[in-house]
Design a protein around this ligand. Sequence first.
Ligand code: FE2
Length: 582
Amino acid sequence: MKILGISAHYHDAAAALIVDGLPVAAVQEERLSRRKNDAAFPMNAIEWCLEKGGLEPEQLDAVVFYERPMLKFDRILTCALRAFPHSWRSFPHAMKNTLAEKLWVRGIISSQLGVSRQKILFTEHHRSHAAASFLTAPVREAAILTADGVGEWASLTVGRGTRGPDGTAINLLREIRFPHSLGMLYSTFTAYLGFPVNEGEYKVMGLASYGRPTFADAVRKLVPRTQDGAFRLDLDYFDFHTTAKRSFSKKFVDIFGPPRDPFDPIDLETPDGRRFADCAASVQLVLEDILVDAARSLQRETGLTDLCLGGGVALNGVANHRLLQESGFERIFVPPAPGDAGCALGAALYADRIHFGNPDRDFPDHPFWGPAVEEGALAKLAREDRLPAQGFDDPELIERVALDLAVGRIVGWMDGALELGPRALGHRSILAAPHSAEMRDRLNRDIKHREEFRPFAPVVPIEDAERYFELPPGGKRLARFMSGVFPVRPEWRERLAAITHVDGTARVQTVDAGMAPRLYALLKAYGRVSGIPILLNTSFNLAGEPIVNRCVEGYLTFRRSGIDVLVAGQTRVTKRGMEIAA
Ligand SMILES: [Fe+2]
């Protein structure tokens, strides 16, 4: 059975193709259209998935959209009516967006792809999140917790999943509904702190480490707990449900002070800078507390040892670490794409296993479902540009790149198929030595052009991880897709200064030879040269651009930035003036 999953029209549009129960292709639209967080109907992604599968649209058995447009419309309409007359300005805007695109999704899919309307199915948004997490995890039975800004109505769900020879089931037991939402709470602070919503949440988490949670009690006032252990938002402090213009109210500003102007740098030496860091630390703490409580009661209720997390909130690696330590679950699974992009895959899997009742299949445990590096393309580009390029067999290439890294060169590393999800997990990465603060500053200044408080992540072979990082039981699993933030062991912090955050932590990725054999070999080679088998791993892109996909994008990024060496497949290119041998 051939099933195409689609997510679109909010942020992070994507497509995924499942054939006979197994993934064939999955890619975010932004990686092909080259527009960051592209939310448009993902025609490029769909065409690429079909091409990869060797299929024409009419050969598809089903096309599944990741949410129910009518339910979403119902939510927008209801909220606008409740907020009237306050909402009268935002309502036509919401109507236009919804009616033009979201509501007529069946018509758009049918006409754009030429598939019959009967083949087009819809899942619920949080069922897509749940499926993207549970049906890709190597577990037969698990509790499930999903949390994001909002889907149709739900913003948080808890449930359980089972799969095996007797069939697959995902039962969502309870939900919290919009406008009450942990994602909206965090996004409101993201906007208040002057960062772009849906992109800047990482920055809030990074900034939180610089502050103290002095406003935690104030944040708790915004999100009072209910008697059944859940929560609600006190809407007096918010405006996101009534207007598209501003997410926080005057009452919010009365408590926390004037919002940050996005164009003002954050200076932690000033009272305002410290206030913003304290606000970030406070909302982070309250978010963690609520998630831990929700997960703990779910653990008690289900008695299960494994938890699958989904939704954009699952990208919060600091919260995930606390969940692992305090919720009672032994292992936590976060897929590489827990946000809406991953819902394309989740929706397709949900339709396959549950709607059609097809047999259970183990999902390959890696994130590499996008276009592969084209062999020969880099050598051709470099030749045309008169830059030195050389091809090597793998052992020699890996030794040379390890030496490049050891002498302080920054390496653009392109290998195999593109990752699905927001993180570079070793196939489209910028790699560098992790030892000095100078390297971190050089990367921030010459390549990533971003705030100094944002940390870089380390990657380490799985068997070496515990030597350098304090991983609780289950930590290695959470680190597989870089989903947890863990302490760097104190004795190593000085020698790992480029990847150690101000609070002594790091967003570790553990890698084994099965998942990314060439990166694994490179880490081992670097360990032989430097004594420490760890590299700094950051996504291969410049600020404001999507992660590179094809060689030409990698090459242009290399040429426009402070990257010293570019590797694609078995070709290594260096900048002019740099000797070809390391
Ligand atoms: Fe979502």
